[in-house]
Write a protein of this length. Structure first.
Length: 614
């Protein structure tokens, strides 16, 4: 392992890079950073140094600063011989003095630490062992852009590394980390060796959860933007990669949680043209021509989003529109009856528009010559950019790999799918894409992806449908009742909210009336009483006394359920750190100026479609 770590009793921390034999000192509550060739003078190593995987970074909260360490990892594969690992365990150390029994932590500081732990516990974080490979950039950028820099869009711990950047320009202690997925597999296919890898990078811009980050912001950043790279290495030392991207529909829109199973869908009355132009201008500059695959339903609940997207594309400037090719594919209609193989119709449409299966990056490592460049990219979206998007991206990935295997001589006939030639390799391929789908989905929705039985098995199953039902119900609960804190964890980790400068008063104080705060607990308690009565009835369950109690409990819960759904905004777990762009929150005062409640209301731009009030 590269790093060792020593904690000193005065709150200082000393790290040693075994490769460069350099020492890093963090002290004075994180305000002092030094890198030297020798163990820092004036300090005594009081205990045996612990071996760590990487330094995730330093964060300043309300009272103290903290250093976050990755303490163990698992190597999930390699690219060009460079090992890539996922962070399995972590530790958070206060940089305040530890000479007292415990650091000075008040209730607000503890809440921030809880959010930090939530983010680190849920995130799928990957890094390159010894910083030998740049996970933030595609292979094409690494081989074709001279002195390519770390791509800030995907550098997940950049904010946490800012205290070190001034002192560690050579990245001897800084470890760039991505949030996403990586796995590789080496095998023998049809008598020849090959290596296959799949990598997804999650964007730091407009990052967050399913219903609290939708659409686009004024800077052209879209929610749930991910770049997925499929890498294929041959036994003749040729390496190729194909990129696909996904991202929310790039207009101002929202789904406002109100405890209904279908949220309150709103398209903003504010024009998103400038933001949409910024988004596609950036994407064309980064990737070349873009083929937009829109999978949103054309009827019913999702129709306004489809219409808004098409209007946005139509309003693009002519020079930009020449590089943006829009394709609508009615996924649920075309693939009804679990016939997901009909996605081949979408591929046929792409081919008719000029997209080809040989549009990928390839380099011959023997001669260091670039054989081909990827000049176009497919951008896929559905409502969440998860389930339908995952199925389509996996299908496109299979289409590319099939043609690459033919091009490199692993296959002799395009009509014979590689799944028949090597079922074992096909199983790895399918599981990689299914695991990738789950990783992207967990980051955004809080559960694994839907429809992964098709991605994993190549067919739709009734068990898969049942699993989808369970995931859908779990999503409903999390997205309404627990995602506020998860959104806060993103905003804290990425520096969108900085407690030491943004927190004048604690954002965690619940200002709702006591009855509203207690109501869910009262309902759970009454329901527990009902269960006890059914299991241990005193006398006959049908006695007048028991029937009266049952009636009262059922009536109490039904009336309060009706009240909760009528006043859903009061019970949704809203984010507390960064205001939402579609909802305003105001304190309600009595005649004496005392806060007696909270009022939630959609901002004017998001009051167009629905007349729901709360």
């Amino acid at each position: 392992m590269v790093f060792t770590h020593s904690a000193i009793s005065d709150g200082s921390h000393i790290f040693h890079n075994n490769l460069t034999n350099k020492y890093l000192l963090l002290s004075n509550n994180g305000n002092t950073v030094e890198i030297s060739d020798n163990f820092p003078s004036g300090f005594t190593q009081e205990s045996k140094p612990e071996v760590i995987s990487c330094i995730i970074g330093i964060i300043r909260l309300k009272i103290s600063s903290y250093v976050i360490l990755g303490t163990s990892h698992t190597v999930t594969g390699s690219v060009l011989g460079n090992n890539i690992a996922s962070i399995d365990k972590y530790k958070i150390y206060s940089l305040a003095s530890t000479q007292s029994s415990s650091p000075n932590i008040n209730s607000e500081e503890k809440k921030y630490l809880d959010l930090l732990n939530k983010q680190l516990h849920n995130a799928t974080l990957f890094f390159s062992i010894n910083n030998q490979y740049d996970l933030t950039n595609s292979l094409q950028k690494q081989f074709t852009v001279q002195n390519s820099k770390i791509d800030d869009r995907f550098w997940w711990n950049k904010y946490l590394c800012e205290p070190l950047l001034e002192f560690d320009s050579k990245f001897e202690f800084i470890t760039p980390i991505i949030y996403g997925y990586f796995k590789s597999h080496s095998t023998i296919f049809n008598g020849r060796s090959l290596e296959f890898a799949l990598l997804t990078r999650r964007s730091t811009s407009r990052a967050g959860t399913r219903y609290f980050r939708r659409g686009i912001d004024i800077d052209g950043n879209v929610a749930n933007f991910n770049e997925t790279e499929q890498i294929f290495s041959t036994d003749s030392n040729r390496v190729s990669s194909i990129l696909q991207i996904r991202g929310s529909v790039p207009v101002f829109w929202a789904e406002v949680n109100d405890l209904k199973y279908k949220p309150d869908l709103q398209i903003s009355s504010q024009s998103s043209r400038d933001a949409t132009v910024k988004h596609f201008t950036q994407q064309v500059a980064l990737y070349g021509d873009i083929y937009l695959v829109n999978l949103v339903n054309q009827k019913g609940y999702e129709e306004p989003v489809k219409d808004a997207y098409e209007n946005a594309v139509q309003s693009l400037p002519r020079q930009l529109k020449e590089h943006v090719h829009y394709i609508y594919f009615d996924f649920h209609h075309e693939c009804k009856g679990m016939k997901f193989n009909r996605i081949s119709l979408l591929v046929d449409h792409l081919i008719k528009l000029g997209y080809t299966s040989d549009d990928y990056f390839e380099i011959d490592l023997n001669t260091r010559q670039v054989v081909s460049l990827q000049k176009n990219i497919i951008r896929t979206n559905c409502m969440d950019c998860l389930d339908r998007t995952n199925v389509v991206q996996g299908f496109v990935g299979r289409w590319f790999l099939q043609n690459q295997l033919l091009h490199e001589g692993y296959l002799t006939n395009l009509e014979v799918p590689f799944a028949k030639i090597d079922p074992q390799f096909n199983l790895f391929f399918q599981n990689f894409w299914a695991d990738n789908a789950d990783a992207v989905s967990c980051a955004y929705s809080g559960t694994g992806a839907l429809k992964t039985d098709f991605t994993r098995l190549g067919k739709r199953t009734y068990k898969g449908n049942f699993d989808d039902l369970c995931n859908s119900l779990t999503r409903y609960y999390k997205n309404n009742l627990s995602d506020g804190s998860r959104q806060d964890s993103y905003d804290l980790f990425l520096g969108k909210y900085k407690p030491y400068q943004d927190s004048i008063t604690s954002p965690f104080v619940d200002k709702r009336p006591p009855y509203l705060q207690l109501l869910p607990y009262l309902m759970v308690t009454s329901f527990a009483i009902l269960l006890v009565l059914f299991y241990y009835p005193k006398g006959s369950l049908l006695s007048l006394k028991n029937l009266t109690l049952i009636t009262l409990v059922v009536s109490f819960n039904l009336r309060n359920l009706q009240y909760i759904f009528k006043n859903g905004y009061q019970f949704v777990d809203w984010p507390k750190l960064v205001p939402l762009d579609y909802l305003k929150k105001e304190d309600v005062y009595d005649g004496n100026g005392k806060v007696i409640g909270v009022k939630y209301e959609k901002i004017d731009q998001f009051k167009g479609i629905s007349k729901k009030k709360n």
